[in-house]
Design a protein around this ligand. Structure first.
Ligand SMILES: CC(C)(COP(=O)(O)OP(=O)(O)OC[C@H]1O[C@@H](n2cnc3c(N)ncnc32)[C@H](O)[C@@H]1OP(=O)(O)O)[C@@H](O)C(=O)NCCC(=O)NCCS
Length: 165
C-alpha cells in the first residue's frame, strides 16, 4: 500500500554527491574498488531519502549492481539520486553513477542502483513517509517500475528469512 500522507514532489528529493577518486580507493589494478562505489551509492541514496522524509533512515535493501566500466584514480565520481516511490514506512531511491574524466571532459555511466530505506522516528520506531508525486514521464515510469521491483524484493526477503529459520 502506498503512503496516504500529503506528498512531496520527486524533484524535492533530487540529490547530487561527488567524490574525486584517490589512490586510497584503488584495487591492485589502480581502479576504484567496487565496494567504494557501493559505499558512495548508499550515501547518495540516503541524501535523497532524508530530503524526502526529513527524518532518520536506515538501508533495508540494495538491489543488484553492475559495474559497466572501471573508474580510474583521478576521475570524478558523480552520483545522482531521487526517491522513486514511497510505500508506507519504506521508500525506493534510484541512484545513477557517472564518472567524469576531468581532462577530456568525457562522462560515462558506470552503474545504477535501487535501494530501499525505512524511516525511523526519534525512538527508533518505523514511521510513515509522505507520499511522493511524480511529475515528468521518467518519474512516472520509475514510480510504476518501483512497484514491480518491490514485489520481487519482498519475495527475496521472505526467502532469505526462511533460510535463516
Ligand atoms: C529495515 C528494518 C527497519 C525493517 O524492519 P522490520 O521490523 O523487518 O519491519 P517490516 O517487516 O515491518 O518492514 C518495514 C518496511 O520495510 C520494508 N522492508 C523491510 N525489509 C525490506 C527489504 N529487504 N527490501 C525492501 N523493503 C523492505 C517493508 O516492506 C515495510 O515497508 P512498508 O512499511 O513501506 O510497507 C530492519 O530490518 C532493520 O533495522 N534492519 C537493519 C537496517 C540497517 O541497520 N541498515 C544498515 C546496514 S546494516
Amino acid at each position: 500500500m502506498d503512503s496516504i500522507l500529503p506528498g512531496r514532489f520527486v524533484r524535492e528529493s533530487i540529490s547530487e554527491y561527488s567524490e574525486f577518486a584517490l589512490p586510497n580507493d584503488a584495487n591492485t589494478l589502480g581502479n576504484v574498488l567496487g565496494g567504494k562505489v557501493m559505499h558512495l551509492v548508499d550515501i547518495a541514496a540516503a541524501l535523497a531519502a532524508v530530503r524526502h522524509s526529513r527524518c532518520a533512515v536506515v538501508t533495508a535493501s540494495v538491489d543488484h549492481m553492475n559495474f559497466l566500466h572501471p573508474i580510474h584514480i583521478g576521475q570524478l565520481i558523480v552520483l545522482r539520486s531521487s526517491v522513486n516511490r514511497v510505500f508506507r514506512t519504506s521508500m525506493e531511491v534510484g541512484v545513477r553513477v557517472e564518472v567524469e574524466n576531468l581532462v577530456s571532459g568525457e562522462i560515462r555511466h558506470t552503474s545504477s542502483a535501487y535501494l530501499t530505506f525505512v524511516a525511523l522516528d526519534q525512538g527508533g520506531q518505523r514511521r510513515p513517509i509522505p507520499c511522493v508525486i511524480p511529475e515528468t514521464a521518467d518519474e512516472k515510469r520509475r514510480y510504476e517500475e518501483a512497484g514491480e521491483r518491490r514485489a520481487y524484493r519482498l519475495a527475496m526477503r521472505e526467502r532469505a528469512l526462511e533460510k535463516g529459520r
